[in-house]
Design a protein around this ligand. Sequence first.
Ligand SMILES: NC(=O)c1ccc[n+]([C@@H]2O[C@H](COP(=O)([O-])OP(=O)(O)OC[C@H]3O[C@@H](n4cnc5c(N)ncnc54)[C@H](OP(=O)(O)O)[C@@H]3O)[C@@H](O)[C@H]2O)c1
Length: 217
Amino acid sequence: MARIFIVGVTGGVGSRLAPKLIAAGHQVSGLYRQPNQKAALQDAGITPYLADLMNTTTQDLIDVTQGHDIIIFSAGAAGSGLDRTTTIDYETPVKLIEAAQANGISRMYMVSAFMDSLRGSPHKEAFEHYMKMKRQADNALVASSLDWVIVRPGTLVTDDGDGLVHLDRAIPYGTVARGNVAGVLAKLIDTPSITKEIFELCDGSTPIDQAVEALIR
Ligand SMILES: NC(=O)c1ccc[n+]([C@@H]2O[C@H](COP(=O)([O-])OP(=O)(O)OC[C@H]3O[C@@H](n4cnc5c(N)ncnc54)[C@H](OP(=O)(O)O)[C@@H]3O)[C@@H](O)[C@H]2O)c1
């Protein structure tokens, strides 16, 4: 059993991940920013912490992540503006890395983005900025002293998924169900021998357990 802190627990991936972790016997906590989200989190067995990432300091994150074993980052500004993207998609992971180090939390999992996403589409400043921030967050995590795993999903689809994926260190770009991303994260968390790895993820034809186990070196 691990004590797991999810940033983005109310999101499309995070809300599908938390029940899988709880079913696997873990304790799950997470951030929420809207007061009306608290009861649903508690009802789901998740310990809720109120915070708006736009105003959250490293010290705030040290305080809320204290006592946990693993941090998962699955939040996102979702195209709500360049400044918000910088703060949520880049600065927040950096603050979380600092919080993890301050609290002696050794493991962090990052939901990043597929670097081939939307290549060939017309250049859009907000999207290019988003990809740059995701890349810089990955860079910070890789440079840290933590045990990390970075998952780079293709374009997300709001669906629980069929549990069949294509997961490897380099794969062709495609789409992936948010539930399949959650399933892969849950399996990775229960496979701690996989560490310091970057994986690309799309929907595919391999059951999640098999896909993750094939990546053990
Ligand atoms: N969209 C794509 O196609 C795509 C592709 C690859 C990777 N990704 C990445 O995949 C990850 C998960 O995506 P998703 O679809 O699950 O995201 P999502 O449904 O948009 O959820 C985003 C999460 O971040 C939280 N959040 C946003 N702003 C916040 C703030 N100011 N303070 C506190 N929490 C805040 C949201 O809280 P609320 O519930 O309050 O909104 C929610 O929990 C993200 O890191 C995203 O960048 C996305």
